[in-house]
Design a binder for this molecule. Structure first.
Ligand code: NAD
Length: 291
């Protein structure tokens, strides 16, 4: 059934997701602070929301695809936006946010009859374009059931648990992904200096136990060709790793390798431009070793 959807955050991920929702027949009112991003959404068939409040007005659902929890909270507590949300509306935070802050925000919204579900994603820009994202959903059974049909137009939703669970498992996934990418890049650089061909190494790893998303996707598609254009920023990856390690520390779980991985990625972030793609970490590792 077509829904009236407000969509806030039309960046690398939000743009293709908006296009998928429009393609599935939903009426999408799209808002971003960047005017160019709003214009791009209109080209994809969405209606421009000139203000945050206009995105929330009359919406059955409001999707947020924003950089982090600070900005999610800023948007949700914006007076115009908050006032425009009606009781019964469901806010779906698809950003990679902080699970405890998500729980607190959901409780605040619930006081006004507004429901909240967290539904961060994995699969990158290509997954968003193809409607093939893995979607990690947190929320009450009824709220999750309510938003499932819309999420299914974007990918494969998995109900992970109570509110905040999607954000927790998403951060943990990215801690794994980033740690794999770092050690894969070190291993390939070591092999290259020994005289091995990176393509041969990748073929071997991909048929062996060293296989991961880094060997199957990131190295062959973005690093070996030298394009470094996955569309996922290095600083966004570092944010997710910090959320995961904080989660471990708050619960007293061991996080020694995770904490070290955060330190390494933070060093790379300091050495690379603010806009660097996360796959540029491989280049940084090779260059650093050369220095
Ligand atoms: P992005 O930086 O490309 O897009 C974020 C958008 O939010 C920008 O267009 C920006 O102008 C807009 N924005 C910022 N502040 C705003 C505000 N106050 N009001 C309205 N709009 C505002 O980021 P992205 O790569 O699309 O990532 C979005 C979220 O998805 C992040 O939490 C990220 O960690 C997560 N994520 C990204 C990828 C990826 O491959 N890029 C994959 C999975 C998850």
């Amino acid at each position: 059934m077509p829904e009236q959807i407000g969509f806030v955050g039309l960046g690398n991920m939000g743009h293709p997701m908006t296009s998928r929702l429009v393609g599935a027949g939903h009426r999408v009112r799209a808002y971003d602070v960047a005017e160019a991003a709003r214009a791009r959404a209109v080209e994809a068939g969405a209606v421009e929301a000139a203000t945050l409040a206009a995105a929330a007005d009359d919406a059955d659902l409001v999707v947020l695809m924003l950089p982090n929890s600070d900005i999610v909270e800023q948007v949700v507590t914006d007076p115009g936006f908050a006032q425009a949300l009606s009781p019964g509306t469901t806010v779906i935070d698809m950003s990679s946010s902080e699970p405890l802050r998500t729980r607190a925000l959901a409780a605040r919204l619930a006081e006004r009859g507004i429901r909240m579900v967290d539904a961060p994603v994995s699969g990158g820009v290509k997954g968003a374009e193809r409607g093939a994202l893995t979607i990690m959903v947190g929320g009450d059974d009824a709220d999750v059931a309510r938003v499932m049909p819309v999420l299914e137009t974007l990918g494969r939703p998995v109900h992970a648990g109570a509110i905040g669970s999607g954000h927790a498992v998403k951060a943990l996934n990215n801690l794994l992904s980033a740690t794999h990418l770092w050690v894969t890049s070190e291993a390939i650089e070591a092999g290259r200096r020994f005289g091995l061909d990176p393509e041969v190494m990748l073929a071997v790893f991909n048929g062996s136990s060293g296989r991961s998303g880094s060997t199957e996707n990131k190295w062959p598609n973005f690093i070996l060709p030298g394009t470094f254009d996955s569309g996922f920023g290095l600083r966004l990856m570092l944010k997710d790793m910090r959320i995961a390690v904080q989660l471990a520390q708050q619960s007293g779980a061991p996080s020694r390798l995770g904490a070290d991985a955060v330190d390494l990625w933070a060093e790379a972030a300091d050495g690379l431009p603010a806009t660097a793609d996360h796959t540029e970490v491989a280049r940084w590792i090779a260059d650093e070793g050369a220095g």
